[in-house]
Ligand binder design. Structure first.
Ligand code: MN
Length: 229
């Protein structure tokens, strides 16, 4: 695994201008909006149960959106795509940094997360498969490293497959709602390991959840993030 420092050295902030969910902007008529789930609540059963999806999307993600809009109310100059806002949150006035980091990060992460899953999953193939083999040796080694990152993230957070500027792939984990984009890295795949993502079905068995989660991964979407400039 590349160290975070090595990755940072290989990355630049400019590398992060990519296929970001620009559909979510603070200067829309209603501020940021909760994106529609691209499938029904029960579409990912039995791996992710319908109740978890309903609460996760309708309550947790909605709360990030609402709190972000509250924090940015009356500040039209901050009307930019969510990924830009989160990437550059450290340049914001001090009182906005926390709200944008946490609620903006939550909005960004979940906007991607829903698309990173699909009913039954899709096969990993093409350039991303080759890149994973090149970076990790085999898919199984990649998966083991990813599950380890997900299960060793202390408390709430995310495990990510990321790429740097020259497309080296690596696995990182972030706390709370931090997104690798803030470090100049591009998310290719991310797994939410907050308890709200799995507790109803898996209780404390985070490893079991992450292992099962691979069964709903939308590798086509991950490949589009990987391919994006
Ligand atoms: Mn979540």
């Amino acid at each position: 695994m590349l160290s975070r420092r090595e990755l940072l050295r290989s990355a630049t902030a400019g590398a992060a201008a990519l296929a970001l969910p620009s559909f979510v902007r603070a200067d829309g008529p209603k501020g940021f909006e909760l994106p529609k789930l691209p499938y029904a609540f029960d579409a990912l059963e039995p791996i992710i149960d319908a109740k978890t999806m309903e609460i996760h999307h309708g309550k947790h993600h909605q709360a990030y959106v609402d709190n972000l809009n509250k924090a940015l109310a009356g500040k039209p100059e901050l009307g930019k795509p969510i990924a830009e806002l989160v990437r550059d949150y450290k340049k914001l006035p001090m009182e906005l940094q926390g709200p944008v980091r946490n609620n903006g990060g939550g909005h960004l992460n979940h906007s991607w997360f829903w698309q990173m899953m699909t009913k039954g999953g899709t096969p990993l193939k093409g350039d991303l498969l080759k890149a994973i083999d090149a970076s990790f040796g085999t898919f199984d080694k990649f998966k083991t490293e990813f599950v380890t990152a997900a299960t060793t993230q202390f408390g709430s957070g995310w495990a990510w497959l990321v790429k740097g500027k020259d497309k080296p792939l690596a696995i990182v984990k972030t706390a709370n709602q931090d997104n690798p984009i803030t470090d100049g890295l591009t998310a290719v795949l991310g797994c939410d390991v907050w308890e709200h993502a799995y507790y109803l079905k898996y209780q404390n068995l985070r490893a079991k959840y992450v292992e099962a989660w691979f069964g709903v991964v939308n590798w086509d979407f991950a490949a589009s993030l990987y391919a994006a400039k």
